[in-house]
Design a protein around this ligand. Structure first.
Ligand code: NAD
Length: 290
């Protein structure tokens, strides 16, 4: 597992719980420590809900070791799943390194939300063994894995990853490698349209979210979902769609651009369409839209 952040520790948790030995690698020792603590916390929650015994929790934790060096960590690996920071140059460097250090038979998967798998595969000598495994957050809870075939990914590798995803208790869906894959290609334009609806004064924040929650049975309104994903992340994925397809329908709403420029990134910065008070569950509409 490359990366011990939000997604990396969740993915490590799921593999370890299903019997796999995992090396979790991160350049940051603090991220590794936090990642392991988070896995422990999530396993505790499962023990409390009687989904797991205390002994199973200990066995699961025992299957995960942490390291800061890729060459040491990937020796003997059959599969490497990368969930490092979403930055193309960083990911290309990581895949060059993985290609050099991992055993020749090892499959290389990326959890990227928006970077082309074909592009990532192109820096390796094994493009047929490179694939997308797009887990959803929170990983231990969410059932879906978008399995993304790059241009050169082989049928055999795709079948292996589809079967493996089922072994992890997930539901894999096979998709081709085009901007945004399926999940973000549909989700991000919906979020962008919700922001345009607000920007054009058609309705307020709560009204827009209420329409989608109660009218379309969405568990969360699109504006609040955008806050949780991170407005900077939404903007960057919209830019990938806009650049990749060259169609104006993907152009990010100017309000989204302004909010990101102003540092209003959603829940993680304390304010987006709503204001979040740390340590509480209190959420109120931002005064900017009051
Ligand atoms: P994060 O910032 O929580 O974690 C990224 C981790 O990568 C950090 O701990 C960082 O130290 C580490 N890292 C950076 N450079 C590294 C390197 N060279 N080697 C090893 N580790 C390195 O990010 P995240 O939210 O977990 O996202 C990770 C990936 O998953 C991204 O590609 C993102 O697009 C994708 N993703 C995120 C979500 C989500 O909801 N957060 C959902 C699906 C996919």
């Amino acid at each position: 597992m490359i990366g011990a952040g939000t997604m990396g520790n969740g993915i490590a948790h799921v593999f370890a719980m299903n019997g796999f030995s995992v090396s979790m690698i991160d350049i940051s020792p603090e991220a590794l420590e936090k990642g392991m603590a988070n896995i422990g916390k999530n396993l505790d929650r499962m023990v409390k809900k009687e989904l797991l015994t205390e002994a199973e929790k200990q066995t699961t934790l025992g299957r995960i070791k942490t390291l800061t060096s890729i060459p040491d960590g990937v020796k003997g690996a059959d599969l490497i799943v990368e969930a490092a920071t979403e930055n193309i140059n960083l990911k290309l460097d990581i895949f060059r390194e993985l290609d050099k250090s991992a055993p020749a038979h090892a499959l290389l998967a990326s959890n990227t939300s928006s970077i082309s798998i074909t592009r990532i595969a192109s820096v390796t000598q094994r493009p047929e063994k490179v694939i997308g495994m797009h887990f959803m957050n929170p990983v231990p809870v969410m059932k879906l894995i978008e399995v993304i075939r790059g241009y050169a990914t082989s049928d055999e590798v795709t079948h292996t990853i589809m079967d493996l995803s089922k072994t992890l208790g997930k539901v894999p869906v096979e998709v081709h490698d085009y901007p945004g894959f399926v999940a973000n290609r549909i989700l991000m334009p919906m979020i962008n349209e919700a922001i345009y609806t607000l920007f054009e004064g058609v309705a307020g924040v709560e009204e827009i979210d209420t329409v989608m929650k109660l009218g379309m049975a969405h568990p969360m309104g699109p504006l609040q979902l955008a806050d949780f994903i991170g407005l900077d992340v939404c903007l960057s994925i919209l830019r990938v769609l806009h650049d990749g397809f060259g169609q104006p329908k993907y152009a990010p709403c100017p309000l989204l651009v302004n909010m990101v420029t102003a540092g209003k990134l959603g829940a993680k910065s304390g304010e987006g369409f709503y204001v979040y008070t740390p340590g509480t569950k209190e959420v109120v509409v931002s005064p900017a839209f009051g």
